[in-house]
Design a protein around this ligand. Structure first.
Ligand SMILES: [Zn+2]
Length: 701
C-alpha cells in the first residue's frame, strides 16, 4: 500500500480501501485512479452535444475515438451516467449549476431563462480567482440565452449567414471552437476554467473529410470521430500545462437514431438520449491508470465534484454529490435521478414527460406509464408497468418526493403585443395546456408526427419542395394544435417565394392558438418584406417595448421601419439593439446595410468592419465590405471580400451575383464563368428570376 499523500491530496489506494463495499469501482491489478484535491489545478469541461454514450469506442461503440479513450484510460469512466433533460440548453444549465430543470427553471429552448445570479461552476470558480472562458459551438448556447455569467470570455461567434435556406442551426465545427480556446488557455498565467462545447454530432450529420468517406453509411458516427480528432490539440495543450488539469468530458444528451421511433432527441427520455458518457480525469498530475465506475451518477454531481476537486465550498441545498474517488458513495439503490422532457408539451401540446432513475430501475410518468429494469433490459424493450405494481409504487413515490413543479408560463407576449395580435385578428399564446392528458397525447402515439417533420425537412433539403409542403399540410391536419407544422410550412413557403402563402399559414396558426415564441417576430418579418411594413411595425413595436427587448424583434422592427421608408427610426432601432448588446452582429450588419443604402460609405464600412471583427464568419459583413470596396475603387479588395462571403455562405446568392457580375465587367470572363454558371444553376428562380435571365444572356454572348 502506498503512503497516504499529504495536504489536500486524496484518492490514494489507502483512502479507497476504506470505501470498499460502498463504491463499486473496478481496478486494474494494484492500481487506483488518482484525482488529487488541489486548489492550484485548472478545470476543463468538455461537453459534446448529442453524443450517445454507446458511440464511443471506450463504451463499446463502433467509432474510432482514440483521444477520448485515452482520457478514459487515465481517469474514471462512468458507465451509468444520466442527464436530466434531453435538450441542449436545459441540460447544460443542469451541468453548470448542479440543479435539476425544475430548480433552475430552464425547461425548454425558448421562453425560459436561468435566473440571473444563480451560482454556476463559472461564477464560483471566478470568485475563487480562476480565469474563466467559454467556447461554444451551437446556437442554443449563444450568450443571449443567459449562461455567460461568470465567464471572462464567452466566445459564441457562429457565423450566421443571415440567409437561412435550410433548417440547419448555426454551428461552427469543433476545430474552430477549439482554436480560440487554445489561444486563450495558452495566454493564462494562472489557474483557469475553460468550457468547450462541440456541436458537431447534432443533426444534420455532415462530417468533414476523411470522416465523410470513412463513415459514409453512418455519418452521425463520422461526426463523433471528427470531434474526437479535433480534441487532440486541446488535450495536448492541457498535458503540457505547468499545472494539473481536472478534465470532465460528457454530453448534454444522446441521439435517438431511430430507437423507439425517435430520430433525434428531445421528445422521449429513453436511454438513447438520457444516458450520457462521463469521463473525469486529472491530466498532467501524477500518472494514473484508468478505472470504470458502475455507480449511478448524474449531471447534477458535476458541480459538487469540480468544487470539491479545487477545495471550494459547495452551495447548500444541492441534490448532487462529489464523485471524487475518495468520497463515500451511497449504495446504488439509494441514488435517484430526476429527468424530464417538456418540449413536446410546451411546443406541441403533447403530454408532459417526467420520470426517475432509481438504482437500476427507471420509471417514466406519462398517460401510459413505463417501468424498466435497466440492469436486465438496457434497451428498454419490456415495459414492466403492469407486472411490477410494487416497483411502480416505489418509483412513483420517489418521483413525487422531488415536488417538481410543471414548467411555468413562458415569457408571455406583453399585453400590448397580445392587443396588437387581437387587432390583426390573432390570438397569442403557447401550446395550450390541458388539465388532463390522455393516451391520445402520449408521445409514444405521436412519434410518427415527429418522423413526418423530419421527412419534411429532408425532402426540402433534397429539393423536393412540394413533398415537403405536403408533409406539413398533413401534419397540420392531423394535429392542428401543433405550432411547428405551421411554422415550418410558412418558412418553406417563404423560401419558395410564396410570401402571401407564408403569411396566411402563420395567420392560421394564430387563429388555432398554435403559437411558439418567435412566431410573432417571424410574421412581422414576413409582413415587412411582403410590402406590408405598417402591419409589421404595429406587430413588432410592442415586442420591442421591454428594455432590453428580444434582439430578433428589434432587428426585425428596424428592417420594417426601413421598408416603410422611416430611415431614421430604423437607424435608431438598430442602434438600440447594439446598445443593449454591443456584440449583436446582426444589428451591425443591418446598420452597415442601411448606411450603404443611404450612401454613407464610411459609416457602412465602420459598422461592417466591426461586425467582421466580432464574427469573422459573417458572410453578410464580407459581402457588404465588398460593395464598399468596389464603390471606393478598390476592385481587388472587393473580389477578395466576395470570395470570402461565397466561401462562408454558399447560399449567399447576393455575394455570388456581385462577384460574378463584377469580375465579368472587369473583363475577366474566364475567372467569372464558374461563378456565373453556379448562379444560374443554384440561385432560386423565385427570388432571382430576372438576374438569372440576365446572367444566362451574358453566358451566351
Ligand atoms: Zn444538445
Amino acid at each position: 500500500m502506498r503512503p497516504r499523500a499529504t495536504g489536500a491530496a486524496i484518492g490514494t489506494a489507502a483512502a479507497l480501501v476504506a470505501l470498499a463495499g460502498l463504491a463499486w469501482f473496478l481496478y486494474r491489478a494494484g492500481h487506483a485512479v488518482t484525482i488529487e484535491r488541489r486548489a492550484d489545478q485548472n478545470v476543463l469541461l468538455i461537453t459534446i452535444d448529442t453524443l450517445r454514450a454507446d458511440a464511443l469506442a471506450c463504451y463499446g461503440g463502433q467509432v474510432r475515438t482514440p483521444n477520448l479513450d485515452q482520457l478514459a484510460s487515465e481517469g474514471l469512466r462512468f458507465d451509468f451516467a444520466h442527464a436530466h433533460a434531453v435538450l441542449t440548453r436545459p441540460s447544460h444549465t443542469s451541468i453548470l449549476t448542479g440543479l435539476y430543470p425544475y430548480e433552475h427553471g430552464v425547461r425548454d429552448h425558448s421562453g425560459y431563462r436561468m435566473k440571473a445570479g444563480t451560482p454556476t461552476i463559472a461564477t464560483i470558480l471566478k470568485q475563487q480567482g480562476f480565469a474563466t472562458g467559454a467556447f461554444v459551438g451551437g446556437v442554443p448556447l449563444e450568450r443571449r440565452f443567459g449562461l455567460a455569467e461568470g465567464f471572462d470570455v464567452y466566445d459564441d461567434h457562429l457565423g450566421r449567414t443571415g440567409n437561412p435556406s435550410d433548417f440547419a442551426l448555426a454551428e461552427r465545427p469543433a476545430g474552430e471552437v477549439i482554436a480560440p480556446a487554445l489561444t486563450w488557455i495558452r495566454g493564462q498565467p494562472g489557474r483557469w476554467f475553460a468550457w468547450v462545447h462541440l456541436f458537431d454530432p447534432h443533426a444534420p450529420y455532415a462530417p468533414p473529410p476523411p470522416f465523410d468517406r470513412q463513415y459514409a453509411r453512418t455519418p452521425y458516427l463520422g461526426e463523433v470521430a471528427y470531434v474526437d480528432q479535433a480534441l487532440r490539440p486541446l488535450l495536448d495543450t492541457v498535458h503540457a500545462s505547468p499545472r494539473p488539469t481536472l478534465v470532465v468530458a460528457t454530453s448534454d444528451h444522446g441521439e435517438g437514431l431511430g430507437d423507439h421511433g425517435e430520430l433525434t432527441h428531445g421528445l422521449f427520455a429513453y436511454e438513447s438520449t438520457l444516458r450520457v458518457p462521463l469521463i473525469i480525469a486529472q491530466v498532467g498530475g501524477r500518472r494514473s491508470h484508468g478505472a470504470v465506475s458502475h455507480l449511478p451518477v448524474r449531471h447534477i454531481d458535476l458541480l459538487p465534484t469540480v468544487l470539491d476537486a479545487v477545495g471550494a465550498a459547495v452551495p447548500d441545498g444541492l441534490h448532487g454529490r462529489s464523485l471524487l474517488p475518495a468520497r463515500p458513495q451511497p449504495a446504488d439503490g439509494d441514488v435517484s435521478s430526476y429527468f424530464e422532457a417538456m418540449s413536446a408539451m410546451l411546443n406541441r401540446g403533447w403530454a408532459p414527460l417526467s420520470g426517475v432513475v432509481g438504482g437500476r430501475e427507471k420509471y417514466i410518468d406519462l398517460p401510459e406509464p413505463e417501468l424498466y429494469d435497466l440492469a436486465a433490459d438496457a434497451r428498454e424493450t419490456a415495459n414492466l408497468i403492469d407486472r411490477r405494481a410494487d416497483r411502480r409504487r416505489a418509483l412513483e413515490a420517489r418521483l413525487r418526493e422531488y415536488h417538481a413543479a410543471p414548467p411555468g408560463e413562458r415569457f408571455a407576449e406583453s399585453p400590448e403585443v397580445a392587443a396588437t395580435l387581437q387587432s390583426l385578428g390573432y390570438t397569442s399564446g403557447s401550446a395550450p395546456r390541458k388539465a388532463q392528458y390522455t393516451a391520445e397525447d402520449d408521445p409514444k402515439h405521436l412519434i410518427d408526427l415527429d418522423q413526418w417533420i423530419q421527412q419534411g425537412i429532408e425532402a426540402w433539403q433534397h429539393g423536393r419542395h412540394q413533398d415537403a409542403l405536403g408533409m406539413y399540410q398533413r401534419i397540420i391536419e392531423r394535429r392542428p394544435s401543433m405550432a411547428i407544422g405551421y411554422r415550418n410550412m410558412a418558412f418553406l413557403q417563404w423560401q419558395s417565394g410564396d410570401a402571401q402563402g407564408a403569411i396566411r399559414t402563420l395567420e392560421r396558426a394564430f387563429r388555432a392558438n398554435a403559437v411558439e415564441p418567435g412566431m410573432t417576430t417571424q410574421l412581422g418579418s414576413y409582413l415587412a418584406e411582403a410590402g406590408r411594413p405598417s402591419d409589421a411595425i404595429a406587430l413588432l413595436e410592442p415586442l420591442a417595448a421591454p428594455r432590453p427587448a428580444d434582439p430578433e424583434a428589434l432587428n426585425a422592427l428596424g428592417i420594417a421601419y426601413a421598408r416603410a421608408g422611416q430611415i431614421d427610426k430604423s437607424s435608431t432601432t438598430f442602434g438600440r439593439a447594439l446598445g443593449e448588446d454591443p456584440g449583436n452582429v446582426q444589428a451591425l450588419e443591418n446598420i452597415g446595410t442601411l448606411e450603404l443604402q443611404r450612401g454613407n460609405l464610411a459609416a457602412a464600412e465602420q459598422a461592417l468592419q466591426h461586425a467582421a471583427a466580432i464574427d469573422p464568419r459573417s458572410a453578410r459583413a464580407q459581402n457588404g465590405l465588398g460593395v464598399v470596396a468596389m464603390k471606393t475603387g478598390r476592385q481587388e479588395a472587393a473580389f477578395a471580400y466576395w470570395k470570402r462571403a461565397v466561401e462562408l455562405a454558399p447560399q449567399d446568392f447576393d455575394a455570388l451575383y456581385n462577384l460574378a457580375i463584377e469580375l465579368d465587367a472587369a473583363g475577366r470572363r474566364d475567372e467569372a464563368r464558374p461563378y456565373l454558371e453556379r448562379f444560374v444553376r443554384e440561385a432560386p428562380a423565385v427570388q432571382y428570376g430576372p438576374d438569372i435571365a440576365r446572367v444566362k444572356r451574358m453566358l451566351r454572348q
